[in-house]
Ligand binder design. Sequence first.
Ligand SMILES: [Fe+2]
Length: 273
Amino acid sequence: MDNETAAGHLTRKTVLRAALAAGMAAPVALMGVPALARTLTDGTAAPALTPECDDGDTPTPEQMEGPYFKPDSPLRTSLLEAGTTGTRLTVSGYVFGLACRPISGVLLDFWQADVNGAYDNTGFRFRGHQFTDASGAFKLTTIVPGLYPGRTRHIHVKLQAPGRPVLTTQLYFPGEPRNNTDSIFDARLLMTVRDVGAAKEAAFDFVLNVPQDPGPTPTPTSTGAPGGTWAVGTAYRAGDAVTYGGPGYVCLQAHTAQTGWEPPNVPALWRVA
Ligand SMILES: [Fe+2]
């Protein structure tokens, strides 16, 4: 039943996402998991997993704050200002707790470089905070940040659920050459990004270390040992096929496998075959 286990975990959150986007109540959506899952799992945007949804997964990894954070950013979901140049980018997603349930009222404080790779350290250009809505969703409107020496392309963010500790982390872009040389880069923090005309739309779901009542379980929870042909240390190329925990996966971009980058954890690197 390994296939069902892993596939079920993947689809549970896919369905949750879709249900949330459609404004449905999560428990109602979960009753329709099998049918919905088949129609939604097109393989290119399998969501990251959470500890309660899958065995062995962890909350969104922390990353260093870096030297350019400033407190008291403006409350705004768009960082675009008059005269802003650069490729338009939206980053949207949900913030979940440990039981795959969305969290409303989560503070997200974003900061990033401008198109030239520079941070505004005197004002608040490309800095802003917002809160997840009642469905746990957020959406940032900005530009693709420029590169600066020593780092790959990234967006900084701090998240804080009400009454909980701050999670400081960074988001990354697939297909960036410097992802291979930036020692801070973590594939678990890769967004899924697609081109829409001249703009880009990115998606990422955060998982915070917030205990939650797990609620109804939509799929069997048996936990087969992962196993499969995927192996740490292997240099995979786009198109390579592996198995992990039962299901097969196809590599989306070249990388060397590391612990924590197992196929279900890094949807930007692997899609379900
Ligand atoms: Fe930075």
